[in-house]
Design a protein around this ligand. Structure first.
Ligand code: GRF
Length: 209
């Protein structure tokens, strides 16, 4: 029933999963200096470091990563700010049980620097997406999205903070639904058993805030 979380840095989404009481059995990082490792250890969660620099080929790194993950026999692998592109073989190995959180309303702004790009594009709504991972970067079936407003006075930091608060809300929810067997994928769509859009899978900004 457990979850292995992959991180590369701060680990605030990983922390949100822990604080939600989800059964995280291990946190694995590709960087030894990832701050989130300390957070996980302090809470008694097992940590592992698989440094990507130690591997000449992406395939070899992914194989070592998969070995470390499989040592915990998780039901779900949750990417939480894991800054490595995964090989198709890795993605196939965890098909249907590999999740990611991305800081934009996909399919808008896949890739990096999403908040700066949203500001530059002048969008009025921005947000975050939890999705299943497929071979195409940031394109898998969407489980839940939260939208936040973009205000005239926003800069990258203020917008990022608003989105991050929404991330911490939707990622634990999506992981819980998965563990409760409530998510079914049909093509590109995720059908959530007993989940309502208004209460669960489509979070939109409160105009009063
Ligand atoms: C988050 O914005 C996440 O959506 C993105 O990377 C950031 C990681 O932040 N993939 P944290 O490490 O979870 O604090």
């Amino acid at each position: 029933m457990s979850v292995v979380v992959l991180i590369s840095g701060r680990g605030s989404n990983m922390q949100a999963l822990l604080e939600a009481g989800l059964p995280v059995s291990a946190v694995i990082s590709n960087r030894a200096d990832a701050k989130g490792l300390e957070t996980a250890s302090a809470r008694g969660v097992a940590t592992r470091v698989i440094e990507h620099r130690g591997y000449a080929a992406r395939e070899a790194f992914d194989a070592a990563l998969a070995d470390a993950i499989d040592g915990f026999a998780p039901r779900l692998v949750a990417l939480a700010g894991f800054m490595r592109i995964l090989t198709p073989a890795f993605v196939a190995r965890y098909a249907g049980r590999l999740m990611n959180i991305h800081p934009s309303l996909l399919p808008a702004f896949p890739g990096l620097d999403t908040h700066a790009r949203a500001l530059a594009a002048g969008v009025k709504l921005h947000g975050c997406t939890v999705h299943f991972v497929t071979a195409e970067l940031d394109h898998g079936p969407v489980i839940v999205q939260a939208a936040v407003p973009v205000f005239a006075g926003d800069d990258e930091a203020s917008l990022a903070a608003r989105v991050l608060a929404a991330e911490h809300r939707i990622y634990p929810a999506a992981v819980r639904w998965f563990l409760e067997d409530r998510l079914r994928v049909e093509g590109q769509r995720v059908i959530g058993r007993g989940l309502s859009e208004s209460e669960n899978t489509l979070i939109s900004p409160d105009p009063e805030r």
